[in-house]
Design a protein around this ligand. Sequence first.
Ligand code: ATP
Length: 380
Amino acid sequence: MSPPRTAPAGDLPGNEPRCGHYVRIEGVTKTFGDVTAVDDVSLGIHRGEIFCLLGSSGCGKTTLLRILAGFETATGGRVLIDGDDMTGIPPYERPVNIMFQSYALFPHMTVEKNVAFGLRQDRIAARETSRRVRDMLGLVRLGPLARRRPHQLSGGQRQRVALARALVKQPKLLLLDEPLAALDRKLREEMQFELITIQKEVGVTFVVVTHDQEEAMTLSDRIGVMDAGKIVQTGTPSAIYESPGTRFVAGFVGSVNLFEGRVVAQDAGHLIIECEGAGCPLYSDRGVRAAHGDRVWVAVRPEKLQISRDAPSREYNRIESMITEVAYRGNLTMYRLRAASGAELRVSRPNLARANADRQDMGERVYVSWHPSSSVVLTS
Ligand code: ATP
């Protein structure tokens, strides 16, 4: 028997190559008294990518961003930008700009003066300043509003002024702290796409801090998931979502069904897992290297589960359950179910047709099943 397919597709910490990264964070730690806000983080960020630091409140993402900006001094480790060691370099001498969540615009200055402010401080010639400000306002589509003051703008327009002001100095690296948090949901979705378009146009490397996993998924070329001061997984949005490395990542990025069990057999590329909570053997063709008898968790996303009234022919990955809740959300319907073992399941189904003749209702007894390739096996 050959071993099952192993390592998840997302890069795991510690696997970063040592070279070829535009921004290199090497063993960075930051403590405040007895709090370790950032705990021995090593990370490489490529030139021109949008990299999101994603994590819940207090996990250390803002502290890491502030270390990149030079507003905090690391207790240990170092940061290199484009090959230059930033240790001891003050914020204003770093090739870095930061866009704050509040935007921090000057209320008494017009849009164009706000954008020109940094260039004037750097004593860039007047003609060059007005050319760069004009170009930048054109890029963020604010040319016609150049003479307005911030209070005469919408939230989305203010966000674009802040972005123009941060980009006009042509930083090598732009740091964005929860850049869209002040906007309402619909505008935030629009601005996510706009931010991507502008970033691709200027080619500046973006590091974005967010606690919003949907925002990170939409914006990022790659995501670094943080927990308790550590980067627990880095990878593309699809690698993080489809191949989470741990139960924490699986549960933090999206919704997931987890079944705890023990490996009872392996065949070419598959694991068979005995699982009391599921009430049937689980069969998975993806996951980590696990040996006979190992304790593992099988993770399956709600949209990868099927619901049927009739029993599927296969005898694995098939859980008899009762529907306990149905939530209609327009584009999809969310189901909560309880298995005979008491385990709770979540299933989502897209509403592909206006009238769904095959709709299941609360209280119905059904089978929940999934294909072996839809699950991931985790050991931690
Ligand atoms: P949020 O999303 O809520 O802003 P975060 O992930 O950005 O959270 P940080 O602001 O980096 O988290 O904080 C990480 C930890 O370090 C927290 O426990 C916080 O209380 C602590 N911390 C941050 N700054 C300081 C400080 N100046 N003094 C003491 N503790 C601090």
